[in-house]
Design a protein around this ligand. Sequence first.
Ligand SMILES: [Zn+2]
Length: 87
Amino acid sequence: MRTITIRYTAFRQCPNCEGRGDDGASWRPTECRRCRGSGALVTGVEVEDSVDGVLPRSRYDFNALGEVYLLDFDEDEEFEVVRADSA
Ligand SMILES: [Zn+2]
């Protein structure tokens, strides 16, 4: 099956919780809404397609939570998404 491999290449500290992943008070911890508790926002990804190789930035979009959207894939094409840990 076609495989899409996503690698996160760059992060920045979440400005809302300053990397703690928690924006509540010490007596009432609350998962940070902006980074959903990870403490970091994704600023760079690399997407590698088993068919086309590394995709240019124009072929996908992503958000700070690391959700990647492929822009020009056929909806009925099946592929497997693999999230690789960044080295
Ligand atoms: Zn946060």
